[in-house]
Design a protein around this ligand. Structure first.
Ligand SMILES: C[S@@+](CC[C@H](N)C(=O)[O-])C[C@H]1O[C@@H](n2cnc3c(N)ncnc32)[C@H](O)[C@@H]1O
Length: 217
């Protein structure tokens, strides 16, 4: 999407994607990453997700990437943390251990020359229109160390071909995007049914959440 789309969403507080609670798949499936405490977790398109606090509670440091300074500012303010800000390559890095949140375009993350053993994607891939997804998968392949693992959460629905996220990204597409670089395993699929507001409103007949673990070859 155009960066302006996201800046406007944050400026007008249209952030329905933000979850007040920790993500259910994260709690249930993180152990599949075989994460060791102390290992840094890459969180692309992180928003102000509370999941980053949960990862910190498991003993991880967190490297988040986010376009919106409002999102990053809220993340620290809501936690009562005062970050230090400094420029680093094309980013502004907001730092308060165990969090390093990089303000800027994630698609430039390779310029930092960093690699990660762990990553967590919730509502990042599904925020991208189809044409941007192959570049996202290739970038993650470049950023992950051999043997590195990533927990990936997507949605699948039969809503109208909307111009706005969350876009449907089913198991077939996840495999097509990532299998050239990663071993891909579907861990769980939750069928939300009428609990989902789009299904209840008749906009879709189904709305499923899928959780994968990916291992970099
Ligand atoms: C659907 S939200 C998901 C946020 C977060 N993962 C969560 O679960 O709440 C997508 C986020 O990605 C950010 N974003 C979109 N494109 C980006 C880019 N190219 N680089 C960094 N952040 C981006 C948006 O500002 C938005 O906060």
């Amino acid at each position: 999407m155009d960066p302006q789309f996201w800046h406007q969403r944050w400026q007008t507080s249209r952030i329905g994607f933000h979850q007040g609670d920790i993500n259910t798949h994260l709690r249930a499936c993180w152990h599949h990453t075989e994460a060791r405490p102390g290992t840094e977790v890459l969180v692309p398109l992180c928003g102000k997700s509370r999941d980053m606090h949960w990862l910190a509670e498991q003993g991880h440091s967190v490297a988040g990437f986010e376009l919106s300074p409002l999102a990053i500012g809220d993340f620290f303010a809501e936690a009562g943390l005062a970050p230090l800000c400094q420029s680093e390559g094309p980013f502004v890095r907001w730092q308060r251990p165990p969090f390093n949140l990089y303000e800027g375009d994630f698609f430039r993350a390779d310029t930092l020359g960093r690699q990660f053993a762990l990553a967590y994607d919730r509502a990042a891939l599904i925020a991208l229109p189809p044409a941007m997804r192959p570049g996202y998968a290739a970038l993650l392949a470049a950023l992950m160390q051999a043997g590195g693992r990533m927990l990936l959460i997507t949605v699948n629905h039969d809503g109208p071909e909307e111009q706005a996220p969350p876009f449907a990204v089913d198991e077939t597409e996840v495999k097509a995007l990532f299998e050239p670089h990663f071993e891909v395993k579907l861990l769980q699929r939750i069928e939300e049914g009428r609990q989902n507001r789009r299904v209840a409103a008749g906009e879709c007949r189904f709305f499923d959440e899928l959780c994968f673990v990916l291992k970099r070859y």
